[in-house]
Design a protein around this ligand. Structure first.
Ligand SMILES: NC(=O)c1ccc[n+]([C@@H]2O[C@H](COP(=O)([O-])OP(=O)(O)OC[C@H]3O[C@@H](n4cnc5c(N)ncnc54)[C@H](O)[C@@H]3O)[C@@H](O)[C@H]2O)c1
Length: 463
């Protein structure tokens, strides 16, 4: 099948490369000429494991092409995916659909035959109807089906997620739309990936419901972590204890500094706006958004507490900036709020991230970037792990303690064991864990607080 993908960002580029790998002929389009130029030179504009190899292979086999020229590229294609950004609209949190509608108009003008237009971008309920309206308005004579096919891939594992999805959701209002999507995904379908056919509006809502549910799960375990700290329990064991229940599941139960990234923050907000517009209260999602926003800055307070309440003039080594490992994406990363709050309190920030520094330079100011994790630690007054890159897990705890000016480690991702960190000479603070024999950086005693003791009288680790 001949397919065009409009927007060659994280989703468009990965989708295009994977669809080409299924055997389709794919042209990926982007307005950003620099991006397309780099892609033509074999340079990936994003960091995504395995992507460079996949793109190279499919270009070699003449199945994958790049262009800035939308008009020429969509001629003769059977399907066009729209994979442009849908960021939060400034001011009100609604999804900003200008890129989707602009792309739709351009597609409408360029099409020269029957086609299926597929929204892969995350778009609010009813957007497919508007895309269809625009197409019909611009080109009433054309035979076009509009289908919703939301994407569930995770950055950092995007290729595997695209090729081995838990499900493929297809929201179509006509048989042609369903048939074309079934043909596109035939290789996955043969591989037993469930295709969920539904109406277009339902499909659009499935994507938001999925992200809101996952954000809720993260926020739930984060609040449980705070409770663990107050009552002397261990959140990792609570997560395991509940996650083994199949009705709950173990994924997305890792306590940390709050969710971030290019999807959860904007999608939860957009879902709330949609619900408000329809006078439907979404009180759970609203609470999740509020709790998560507060949490990010609260993480900075943990660092400040670990340094006895004063970070003015002190150097904090930040390990990890991206919103999660194996990506260079800094959009809404928790590190931004944590670092800004520390800077507000007078701290100097030295940071290291294996892939995120280039993007971080656009969103953070006044930071010294270190060339390696070890160089970042040298002489700092404390270290704080914000993103759980594997290379941080491999660091030697004794080495960390030796290199730091003051051996204080705040681990917002629980990548180390408290007893081992303590044994290495670190004043160690993590999320939601009491450990027998471990002395947390901010705790006075290793013993859990007595049950029933007034909370104010007990000092929480890292609180
Ligand atoms: N990033 C993810 O992990 C992820 C996962 C699932 C769904 N999504 C959704 O997918 C969509 C795209 O996200 P992304 O992270 O890939 O965004 P992105 O910002 O990385 O990429 C979007 C690209 O579209 C291009 N573009 C915009 N308008 C264009 C036009 N008219 N013609 C050609 N190119 C145009 C931009 O230049 C940019 O390169 C969003 O709706 C997002 O919510 C993202």
């Amino acid at each position: 099948m001949r397919i065009a993908v409009v927007g060659s960002g994280y989703v468009g580029l990965v989708s295009g490369a994977c669809l080409a790998d299924f055997g389709h002929t794919v042209i990926c389009i982007d307005k950003d000429a620099g991006k397309i130029e780099r892609l033509e030179q074999g340079i990936m504009p994003i960091f995504e494991p395995g992507l460079a190899e996949l793109v190279a292979k499919n270009r070699r086999d003449n199945r994958l092409f790049f262009s800035t020229d939308l008009e020429a590229s969509v001629k003769g294609v059977e399907a066009v995916f729209i994979a442009v950004g849908t960021p939060s609209r400034r001011g009100d949190g609604h999804a900003d659909l200008q890129y989707v509608f602009d792309a739709t108009r351009e597609i409408a003008r360029a099409l020269d035959g029957p086609c299926v237009v597929i929204t892969k971008s995350t778009v609010p309920v009813g957007t497919g109807d508007e895309v269809e309206r625009i197409l019909k308005e611009e080109r009433p004579e054309l035979e076009v089906s509009v289908v919703s096919n939301p994407e569930f891939l995770r950055e950092g594992a995007a290729i595997n997620d695209f090729k081995r999805p838990d499900r493929i959701v297809v929201g179509a209002e006509d048989q042609r739309g369903r048939d074309v999507l079934a043909a596109i995904y035939r290789p996955l379908y043969l591989n037993q990936a469930p295709l969920v056919f539904t109406g277009r509006r339902t499909s659009e809502l499935i994507k938001y419901a999925a992200n809101a549910f996952l954000a809720t799960k993260i926020t739930f375990i984060n609040e449980m972590a705070d409770l663990c700290e107050a009552v002397g329990a261990n959140v990792q064991e609570v997560a395991r204890g509940i996650g083994l229940d199949n009705r709950i599941g173990s994924k997305f139960l890792h306590a940390g500094p709050g969710y971030g990234g290019s999807c959860f923050p904007k999608d939860t907000l957009a879902l709330i706006r949609t619900a408000n517009d329809h006078a439907v209260p979404l009180s759970i999602v609203e609470s999740v958004v509020t709790a998560n926003d507060k949490r990010k800055r609260a993480m900075a307070r943990r660092v400040i507490t670990a340094l006895d309440g004063n970070v003015r003039g002190k150097t904090i080594a930040i390990l990890g900036l991206t919103f999660k490992p194996n990506t260079d994406d800094m959009r809404d990363a928790p590190s931004i709020a944590v670092i800004q709050a520390l800077q507000d309190a007078g701290a100097r920030i030295r940071a290291y991230d294996p892939e995120g520094v280039e993007q971080a330079r656009h969103v953070l100011t006044g930071i010294d970037y270190a060339p390696s994790a070890l160089a970042c630690l040298d002489g700092a007054d404390a270290a704080c792990i914000i993103t759980e890159w594997d290379e941080f897990r491999a660091l030697d705890l004794k080495d960390i303690a030796r290199r730091l000016g003051a051996p204080i480690l705040i681990d917002l991702r629980n990548i180390f064991r408290p007893e081992e960190a303590t044994a290495a000479g670190l004043a160690y603070s993590s999320i939601g864990r009491w450990a027998a024999g471990a002395r947390d950086a901010a705790s006075l005693s290793a013993a859990p607080p007595p049950l029933g003791a007034p909370l104010a009288a007990t000092k929480k680790p890292g609180a």
